[in-house]
Design a protein around this ligand. Structure first.
Ligand code: ADP
Length: 488
């Protein structure tokens, strides 16, 4: 491995199919780099469509035995996986910062967050139950059973290289499904290390398969996963554009879909807010992972009476963020994932400035060069700016002034997205009114951090389908079966 690991065996560069570490049939690999400096850190197997099909076949073969095991049995195995993830936190965090760039403290936090889904669904695996309904006909008895949906396919993004995997794989396995996972081409090392630990935990061959590929072959493999009649469900986290493609490709087989897509989170600060708390919330919701999360605030709306004070306090804090290589302990913002990400932030900033925005802090590529961008706050924002319509996915906070509650809710809802939203207020009537009026799957009130394993994570409108985590998270991986007993 290109970094020190306590357990070098966690550095894996081959795909994992049917319990075997697989090279590409044609021997091909793709390069993974460190976003902090662009250096190549791994050459990873670049699998083709036939190998993706082999992974589906392996998952299909393993399904019968895996579903037949008791929930208690699957729970014990998942629990061992959780314990191993926790025991190897430092190595998993090191690999994550190496391939993704986030500050090492955030990587450690993500490993704990990712592991929490494995622990949670290990517990939930034991708690699957059906129903007995009161029949409208006295000769019948009516049962509802819950069964695993079958072989699943998962496609995951680079922004949470660990947690986006566990949030899908753990509920699938807990439910008795088997799975083929295609991780993001930017961050396959975290996925493969998780597979190594899954194998050590006793997850049987074929139950969890990891197919790695570059961006081009990922598209081809996506087609195989969607077209296969054996795959009963596709679960995806990523952009809305790719979500639409997967939905289209899944139509011929009427596949069940879970989609966690883009967001455009509004963050509203009312005049009665605790302003310092709002600034704290703004920092975590905007600048965590350098603004590269789908629940990151994209636009701030601040009441006119507290606008200047909020902008000043936020800019002061943002100016203190330490930008640099995520491996250095004091760093609070790492590089962006690639050049395209930097270009998008730059485009949003330049468009806003051209249309009259004021730069309160940042506003340029960082002096470090490469993929670093200055954490930025812009004021005098108007609704016609790009950053008010498109997901920025970077460290830019545009702050809009508003005066009326109804109007700001209307502006907040004026988007095709409906994932996360945030607002700060201390008026209990307003808190209920606004929480109910926001057309979002998730609302943070007086907090900028809402994700955990107990919460149902997901969006409405074009932000997606289904919910992950929580007591509802296994539903997406199960079917209801109605059994009617007649002649009683
Ligand atoms: P991001 O903008 O975060 O990279 P994407 O939606 O492009 O989001 O990528 C998320 C995941 O989807 C990655 O694993 C990527 O390889 C995969 N992906 C991208 N395009 C396709 C496609 N056409 N079919 C299947 N998977 C795809």
């Amino acid at each position: 491995p290109p970094i020190h690991l306590n357990d070098p065996a966690l550095y894996k560069t081959r795909s994992y199919i049917n319990g075997q570490w697989m090279a590409a049939t044609d021997g091909g690999t793709f390069a993974v780099d460190n976003p902090a400096n662009g250096k190549i850190i791994a050459q990873v197997s670049n699998l083709d469509q036939a190998q993706a099909q082999a992974a589906i076949d392996a998952a299909n073969k393993a399904f019968k035995a895996w579903r037949a095991r008791t929930g208690k049995d699957r729970a014990a195995i998942l629990r061992r996986w959780f314990d191993l993830i926790i025991a190897n936190t430092e190595d998993l965090a090191q690999l994550m910062t190496l391939e993704q760039g986030k500050p090492i403290g955030e990587s450690r936090g993500e490993v704990a967050y990712g592991a929490s889904f494995v622990e949670w669904f290990a517990e939930q695996a034991k708690r699957v139950s059906g129903d007995i309904m009161a029949s409208p006909n006295s000769a019948n008895r009516m049962l509802v059973m819950r069964e695993p949906i079958g072989v699943c396919a998962a496609i995951t993004p680079w922004n949470f290289p660990n947690a986006m995997i566990t949030r899908k794989v753990a509920p699938a396995l807990a439910a008795g499904c088997t799975i083929v996972l295609k991780p993001a081409e930017q961050t396959p090392l975290s996925a493969l290390a998780l597979a190594e630990l899954a194998e050590r935990a006793g997850i049987p061959a074929g139950v969890l398969n990891i197919v790695t590929a570059d961006s081009e072959r990922s598209i081809a493999i996506g087609k195989v996963l969607c077209a296969s009649p054996v795959v009963k469900k596709v679960t995806f986290t990523g952009s809305t554009a790719v979500g639409r493609i997967l939905m289209q490709q899944s139509a011929p087989t009427i596949k069940k879909l879970s989609l966690e897509l883009g967001g455009h989170a509004p963050f509203i600060v009312f005049e009665d807010a605790d302003l310092d708390a709002a600034v704290e919330g703004a920092m975590v919701s905007k600048y965590r992972n350098a603004g590269q999360t789908c629940v990151c605030t994209n636009r701030f709306y601040v009441h006119e009476t507290v606008y200047d004070a909020f902008v000043e306090k936020l800019a002061a804090k943002v100016g203190k963020l330490q930008v640099g290589d995520g491996f250095a302990d004091h760093i609070t913002q790492g590089p962006l994932i690639d050049e395209a990400a930097v270009a998008k932030v730059q485009e949003h900033v330049q468009d806003a400035v051209a249309k009259g925005a004021k730069v309160d802090v940042g506003g340029q590529a960082h002096a470090l060069g490469g993929r670093y961008y200055q954490p930025t706050v812009l004021s005098n924002i108007t609704e016609d700016m790009l950053c008010m319509r498109e997901e920025t996915f970077g460290p830019l906070a545009p702050v809009v002034k508003f005066s009326d509650e109804n109007h700001v809710v209307e502006l907040a809802n004026n988007t095709e997205y409906g994932l996360a939203s945030y607002f700060y207020s201390r008026d209990i009537g307003r808190i209920f009114r606004v929480a109910e009026a926001l057309e979002y799957g998730m609302v943070g009130v007086n907090t900028g951090l809402i994700s955990n394993e107990v919460a149902p994570f997901g969006g409405v409108k074009q932000s997606g389908l289904g919910r992950e985590g929580s007591v509802y998270g296994m539903d997406d991986f199960m079917e209801l079966k109605y059994v009617c007993l007649g002649g009683m």
